[in-house]
Design a protein around this ligand. Sequence first.
Ligand code: PGA
Length: 249
Amino acid sequence: MAPHPATLIAGNWKMHTTPASARSLAKEVLRQLPQTLAAEVLLLPPFTALEAVHTAVRDDGRVRVGAQDCHWEREGAFTGEISVAMLAPMCDYILVGHSERRHLMGETDAVVRRKLDAVLREDLMPILAVGETREERDAGTTEAVLERQLRSALTGLRPGQVGRCTIAYEPVWAIGTGATATPDDASAAAGFIANLVRGLAGAEVRVLYGGSVTAAHAAELLQAPSVSGALVGGASLRAAEFAAIVAAA
Ligand code: PGA
């Protein structure tokens, strides 16, 4: 059985907010959200604001908190890094393999795999981001790229472990550009991912779409077959718009 039945709407705040402004934004999100939610809602603040956001949403119970990245070791001489064990008291989820980590920070498939393993080892839930660049899509290699990223991240894991993963399909060319994938393209990629994971690991996974999601077209993306939620960047920094995306789910 799939452990993730619900749609997930996640807000990736990236390198925005201080602890104080993150606390205000989290409170404003709570104020704007519908009382009864049809979707699971997740906020991914920067490391330095996790404690503030965790404290701000804890008693309300409608919103979960996660981290945008982690290191793969539990502790040690890794200056500037943050381990999953350090994040666990404040987080349910950890995002790994975001394209900004892969393409701006040079993270390889092998590094992403080590991070995913670390999240599973500490019993948190990974969100694994995959996606092709514009050049890869134009060259017709989208599926090959997704397959390479997924095989590297998931091969050899048990179905129960893979079932705890959420996959975010985030075409690199759609992130922060205002150019969203069409619902058909998002659906095709999400369906391909779900099938591949089923074949690879015998597990059902939830597949999110990410890349310039706004309230204006959230509903059509979220209704696309095989798309089970959204990973929202820029629009998640505006509480009313983020709440509207949640309401569209
Ligand atoms: P965007 O970011 O919504 O600003 O395009 C999405 C993401 O990077 O997760």
